[in-house]
Design a protein around this ligand. Structure first.
Ligand SMILES: Nc1ncnc2c1ncn2[C@@H]1O[C@H](COP(=O)(O)OP(=O)(O)OP(=O)(O)O)[C@@H](O)[C@H]1O
Length: 290
């Protein structure tokens, strides 16, 4: 598998936050999701990749090139979609397109018109008069129309209704079908990733918790449910995170075989959702830093 992006030990310190030695790779031809809570460091990481802010340490290579030394060359092959509308509000879609198209020798007018139609986007309406969903679709259409090999998006589906979100997810799946293009996007919406992501990187408090294929993530963790009377000081250590109620406990583990040796059929073994994995991993982190 070819690496499109390689982050190696990338750090950035703000007054109250440190992005701490972040390393992961993005593989060509796949959809790669980037999850984490508010303030975990997703936007900071993306800004570093886009060379919008300067890293303190580490290296970032995109298409095999250093992202600072070869910024222009890289950006010709890259489509970047922001969470908020960064277009000139008073321009119409058509006027905006003319501004953007000039920057890209590979601009594909036919593709642009096809995406406008596919997304049902009016070309002659002022951008400020488009809904949020439409603005997002418009940004994606622009990114795709200059034939970008890599699309990077910061929270593309947040604040959108389920129908528009689904349309965008389907489009992204279509984009990678031929194996030439790569999509990387950050989100809080784990169900979007369950649906379409091939790879998932999870960041918490400025540190990467894991960067794996979706199948590896789902195989790694097991959710155990049973009565709280089964728990003692020792076997609690088998769980990454535990939630106890008067009716029983629910715990996430990466050691289902050890749990089975102890509890066998006294507990239930279930596949966790990505959301549960995120919640329980974060919880355990809180406990360990107390
Ligand atoms: N320019 C800055 N100066 C100081 N602190 C900053 C700056 N930019 C971001 N931060 C801090 O860095 C932390 C990480 O922010 P970041 O925007 O990367 O998180 P995020 O994971 O994208 O969150 P969200 O999901 O809410 O967008 C936050 O605590 C934020 O306050």
């Amino acid at each position: 598998m070819e690496d499109v992006v390689v982050l190696d030990q990338v750090s950035k310190t703000y007054r109250d936050f440190k992005l701490d030695r972040v390393s992961f790779t993005i593989k060509k031809g796949y959809i790669h999701g980037f999850i984490g809570r508010n303030g975990a460091g997703k936007t900071t990481t993306i800004k570093l990749m886009m060379n919008l802010i300067h890293r303190d340490e580490g290296s970032i290579r995109i298409f095999g090139l250093d992202n600072r030394e070869h910024e222009r060359k890289i950006k010709q092959r890259l489509g970047f979609v922001y969470a908020d509308n960064h277009f000139y509000d008073d321009l119409t879609g058509e006027q905006m397109k003319r501004v953007i198209a000039r920057f890209y020798p590979d601009w594909d007018e036919k593709a642009y018109n096809r995406y406008l139609k596919m997304f049902d986007l009016p070309a002659n309406k002022k951008i400020k008069h488009l809904s949020r969903g439409m603005q997002m679709k418009y940004s994606i259409a622009l990114a795709l129309s200059h034939n970008a090999d890599l699309i990077i998006m910061d929270e593309p589906t947040s604040g959108l209704d389920p129908v528009v979100r689904q349309e965008i997810l389907e489009l992204l799946s279509e984009v990678i079908q031929e194996g030439e293009k790569t999509v990387f996007f950050s989100t809080h919406i784990t169900s979007d990733l369950e649906q379409i992501a091939d790879f998932i990187t999870f960041i918490h408090d400025g540190r990467i918790q894991f960067s794996l294929t979706k199948d590896e993530v789902l195989e790694r963790y097991t959710m155990i449910k049973g009565g709280t009377d089964l728990l003692d000081q020792d076997n609690r250590k088998l769980f990454i995170g535990l939630r106890e109620t008067p009716y029983g406990f629910e715990g996430l583990t990466t050691e289902p075989k050890l749990v089975y040796q102890l509890f066998q059929d006294q507990v239930l073994y279930e596949k966790p959702s990505l959301e549960q994995i995120m919640l329980y991993t974060v919880k355990s982190d809180k406990n360990s830093t107390r």
